[in-house]
Ligand binder design. Structure first.
Ligand SMILES: [Zn+2]
Length: 375
């Protein structure tokens, strides 16, 4: 009979755990009486999302698989475990659940760190590399820094604009760091818009685009879910502007409109349990009135049979959600583009690419004056 005394700490006799990684997070470690390694994670924001993010490295001095249990007080972690032996290539791990715990075996490689995460991590450096790659092939892009996050990290942005264009699409990402499928969709969506296709040429002949792909680098670095380094949910801050990150975006938009620019549409990328578009309700005081619905109808036609477009309209002026801020400030539509947590990689890319094409066509189908709300 084993004694049921748990041993705490992250360095055990044969196995050690570390979260000193980009987006690293693992909570408290212990070895339970049955020989499993149990990590107990704390959700940061139980009222909206009781699940915590996790990403950690495991090093073993043997090649046996390592039995790991993830526990979250009273909940199952929302993201299913994924494994990587090199931190680059990730695969799903078989798992089971019992008593609100997720259990899986991590394939061990003797003497070498292997990785486990809820989704394949996209860290701050990945955006810098992405922007560097874009800069090499797109000399029409202008790369800027909006300012510093609370912890002093650059908030990167970039634009593509022509001097006589004054209509702006705004693309925002990473308010909620672990929402990786949404982060991936932003990259795919943006790359489609930046393709040198006849459609994108027509689009850029008329519209400018502002990208803020990673608004919460402090949260990304820390492995936070919804929070900034000040424990605030950024997507509840667009009415109070208590956070420097949301203020920097607001100031950038104001600088654009102060110079005669007009914000005409915005897309904010996230992930949730399933693919869904959160829109402003039909009949809300916006112009063009039907841009969102006609775009999403075109997206449905484009993807019919492969993808089911699900739309959830909503309005809550006091909630501090980004799309509401855009709608109420500029009287134009904005959307929260939510990608399912488990939507497969190639499907994320296919939908985001189709969404970019159909959005460009839809935005072009309205005349400039139709973007002006008339009471
Ligand atoms: Zn989110």
């Amino acid at each position: 009979m084993f004694l049921s005394t748990a041993v705490f700490g992250c360095d055990f006799e044969q196995v050690s755990f570390s979260d000193a990684l980009p987006m690293g997070r693992m909570g408290q470690c212990e070895q339970t009486a049955d020989g499993r390694y149990q990590l107990t994670l704390e959700p940061e924001n139980t009222s909206i999302n009781p699940s915590p993010w996790y990403h950690f490295g495991v090093t073993s001095n043997q090649s046996d698989s390592i039995p790991v249990t993830l526990a979250v007080n009273g909940y199952l972690p929302r993201y299913l475990p994924k494994y990587s032996s090199d931190g680059i290539h990730w695969q799903s791990l078989p798992f089971d659940t019992a008593d609100n715990k997720v259990m899986f075996d991590v394939p061990g490689v003797a003497g070498k760190m292997v990785y486990v995460a809820g989704q394949h991590p996209i860290g701050n450096q990945d955006y810098i590399e992405w922007q560097k790659a874009l800069a090499r092939t797109h000399n029409e892009l202008e790369f800027i820094v909006l300012g510093k996050s609370k912890q002093g990290k650059d908030i990167h942005a970039f634009t593509r604009h022509q001097a006589d264009n004054n209509e702006w699409l705004v693309v925002l990402g990473r308010q909620h760091p672990p929402e990786i499928t949404g982060a991936q969709a932003l990259l795919d969506f943006s790359e489609e818009i930046l393709q040198e296709s006849p459609l994108s040429h027509r689009f850029f002949n008329r519209f400018n685009v502002l990208w803020i792909p990673n608004i919460n680098p402090d949260g990304v670095a820390a492995g936070n879910w919804r929070h900034t380094s000040e424990d605030q949910d950024l997507n509840r801050d667009w009415n109070k502007f208590t956070q420097v990150e949301s203020r920097l975006v607001k100031e950038k938009l104001k600088a654009i409109t102060d110079k005669g620019g007009k914000i005409v549409f915005s897309v904010d990328f996230h992930s949730t349990y399933y693919d869904v578009f959160y829109t402003m309700p039909e009949g809300y005081e916006l112009a063009p009135k039907n841009l969102t619905s006609s775009w999403l109808k075109d997206l449905q036609d484009y993807t019919n049979g492969i993808f089911k477009v699900t739309i959830k309209p909503g309005s809550n002026p006091d909630n501090g959600v980004y799309k509401q801020f855009i709608a109420d400030t500029y009287k134009v539509p904005a959307i929260t583009y939510e990608v399912g947590d488990n939507t497969p990689r190639e499907k994320v890319r296919y939908i985001a690419t189709a969404a970019a094409k159909t959005l460009m066509t839809s935005m072009l189908s309205y005349a400039p004056e139709e973007y002006h709300y008339v009471e």
